[in-house]
Ligand binder design. Structure first.
Ligand code: BJW
Ligand code: ZN
Length: 270
């Protein structure tokens, strides 16, 4: 029978002090205290839809205007949000460990760029970024923080279930500066494979780390959901920081329940 994960902070901190290569795997919960909605549970809706209804190539083909409204809304929301104590604790820990010749890498499922804004340097973005576009015709990926991203989306994207679909003609949606093709957000949608170079980098870090923190993820979306359980399988200590238990909790050595804006700064304090 599996033993219950420990919540002994002193024991965790002893391991952290000795660790040479730390991986911090994050999900939407790390940004929750910044006011960014998570995907599952209350608050996971935009109008009447959940992420899986809109974050897919099928949804984009069917109604690119609607999908762009959804991402335009989330880009605009992010302009009003800032990194929180959890992002800051992770960034500070990376800097401190680096000074000691040790290493901390963030592997994030988030597309909000809050780790970068908090000052983290070593970041692997598994699911892309809200602030990059990809051309559906020539494939070019471009950083883009324009607000709004195109004139036709001005004032569109309201999350209210009663808001009307803007039905913007494709020609007025974001277009590629090189080839005029339709742009899409540079994010990984359901049913799409993750970038193989990104996966390889994540795999390299996960296979050599000697401590892993799993922060604010429901651990239900693959392939990210299997990363930390695989690290634990190698006998490496894994600590989960979450408001609640997840389907992966039982495979980890530590579980710290509570808002990570409180638990992480304590765990990573030197
Ligand atoms: C706090 C907190 C606080 C709150 N403090 N904690 C194997 C088995 C089954 C299915 C599959 C499989 N392999 C592939 C699939 C299909 C699919 C999948 O996993 N489906 C599952 C839902 C079952 N995966 C894919 O399609 C992936 N592609 C792939 O594998 O390609 C190969 C392939 C293709 C086709 C078939 C088979 C293989 C791609 C997945 C891409 C996911 N994309 C999204 C959208 C990105 C763009 C966007 O944002 O719009 O990524 S989905 C969404 O979920 C987003 C997130 O990154 C991701 C994970 O969510 P996350 O971060 O865990 O958030 P939540 O909301 O779920 O959880 C928040 C947590 O925080 C909760 O636990 C809270 O308690 C906690 N929390 N406040 C601490 N203050
Ligand atoms: Zn193009």
């Amino acid at each position: 029978m599996a033993t219950r994960p420990s919540s002994n902070m002193a024991t965790f901190k002893d391991l952290y002090k000795k660790a040479k290569h730390v991986v911090v795997l994050t999900g939407a919960g790390v940004s929750a205290e910044s006011g960014v909605p998570t995907f599952r549970g209350a608050g996971g809706f935009w109008r009447t839809w959940q992420a899986q209804d809109l974050a897919s190539p099928v949804a984009f083909r069917r109604n690119p205007s609607l999908v762009w409204e959804f991402y335009h809304y989330r880009r605009e929301v992010m302009l009003t949000k800032s990194p929180n104590l959890a992002h800051e604790a992770i960034a500070k820990a990376e800097e401190q460990l680096k000074r000691d010749g040790r290493r901390l890498v963030v592997i994030t499922q988030n597309i909000d760029e809050l780790h970068k804004r908090a000052g983290s340097k070593e970041i692997i973005e598994l699911h892309g970024s809200l602030f990059r576009t990809q051309c559906t015709q020539c494939g070019q990926v471009t950083a883009n923080t324009d607000s709004p991203i195109c004139p036709a989306l001005t004032g569109k994207g309201a999350p209210d279930p009663k808001a009307e679909d803007a039905r913007i003609p494709e020609a007025e949606l974001p277009r590629c500066k090189e080839c005029s093709g339709l742009l899409r957000p540079d994010v990984v949608w359901f049913g799409e494979g993750l970038d193989s170079n990104i996966l390889e980098r994540a795999d390299d870090e996960l296979s050599v780390c000697d401590l892993c923190l799993v922060v604010g993820t429901s651990s239900v979306v693959y392939p990210a959901a299997m990363f930390a359980p695989q690290v634990a399988q190698r006998g490496v200590p894994v600590a989960e920081f979450n408001l609640e238990a997840t389907p992966a909790t039982h495979s980890f050595g530590f579980h710290f329940e509570g808002p990570c804006g409180s638990t992480l700064p304590e765990a990573l304090a030197s």
